[in-house]
Design a protein around this ligand. Structure first.
Ligand SMILES: C[S@@+](CC[C@H](N)C(=O)[O-])C[C@H]1O[C@@H](n2cnc3c(N)ncnc32)[C@H](O)[C@@H]1O
Length: 272
């Protein structure tokens, strides 16, 4: 099915990486496709996968919304049509706690479209606490239908990334995009948020990559450009440094050049 862009805004979204990945896998004869740090699944949406697709993430609200868009897009649209996108309406919708699964997904997509930068953040009681995005937006219902078609037949699961391991077989392609924090300074890196994705998690990820290499599957991983990452993933594939412009968050947001690493075991030159 045709390439589309992701339908949600997500921290660390990889739409900027789409041209690079598409070049990297050009002519690659791969089997099933796995994206176990799905987020907005920018890479998945850009691909025309040849066999089965498996998307997963630890964020249950995100996963539930994806499942609803796949299974019941029309019901979500009916709810979205009831929402206005001005500031007062935003806070009113944010304060609701729907139990109906269609309405929950609609609220998730609404908050993603209208909140500040589409950030997903909850307080210690699990309540979404991101402020209004300061501009009214038009909710694109046709897009939800298009995404629903693209997700048709795709397996979408809420789970830790390592849970994909037993199902992988030779020739599968795994795109790995773990969370990493970036610095407000120009180094592009401060450290890992231990409650989010720790260095131990990075080491578990390295073990998954060992397994992928051992069974003859393919992987592409993005990660922070930092010596700690080089150490953890050394010898597991070739490392490519990419540099791009990025808006760095924080009080004094600014545009800067940011480096990121790509690791992959896909050979550099192939007959296509
Ligand atoms: C950088 S984002 C992925 C962005 C995505 N590639 C995109 O284009 O939007 C990382 C994702 O990993 C998820 N995550 C964090 N820890 C995880 C874990 N242990 N297992 C699976 N997913 C996890 C987060 O919820 C987040 O959605």
């Amino acid at each position: 099915m045709a390439s589309i862009t992701s339908f949600i805004r997500w921290a660390g979204g990889k739409s900027w990486l789409v041209p690079y990945v598409s070049q990297l896998i050009q002519g690659l004869d791969y089997n099933n496709y796995y994206e176990p740090f799905m987020g907005g699944a920018s890479i998945f949406f850009s691909l025309d996968i040849p066999h089965n697709g498996y998307l997963s993430d630890l964020n249950a609200e995100l996963v539930d919304a994806f499942c609803e868009v796949r299974d019941n897009p029309q019901q979500i649209i009916e709810h979205l049509k009831e929402y206005k996108t001005d500031e007062k309406s935003y806070y009113a919708v944010r304060a609701t706690e729907p139990t109906d699964k269609h309405q929950k997904a609609a609220r998730f997509l609404y908050l993603n479209a209208t909140s500040f930068n589409g950030i997903y953040r909850v307080n210690k009681n699990g309540k979404y606490n991101v402020p209004y995005g300061k501009k009214e937006v038009t909710l694109n219902c046709q897009r939800i239908l298009d995404v629903g078609v693209k997700l048709n037949g795709i397996n979408i699961t809420c789970q830790d990334f390592a849970a994909i391991q037993p199902n992988l077989v030779a020739g599968d392609l795994v795109f790995l995009d773990p969370p990493y924090t970036v610095s407000k300074e120009d180094t592009g890196f401060v450290g890992y948020n231990s409650t989010w994705f720790s260095l131990d998690d990075q080491r578990r990820l390295a073990q998954l990559i060992d397994h992928i290499n051992n069974i003859g599957a393919y992987y592409i991983m993005t990660n922070a450009a930092h010596p700690t990452i080089t150490d953890i993933f050394a010898g597991k594939g070739r490392m490519i440094t990419l540099e791009r412009n990025s808006l760095i968050g924080g009080k004094k947001s600014f545009r800067g050049r940011v480096q990121e690493y790509i690791f992959t075991n896909i050979p550099e030159r192939r007959d296509v």
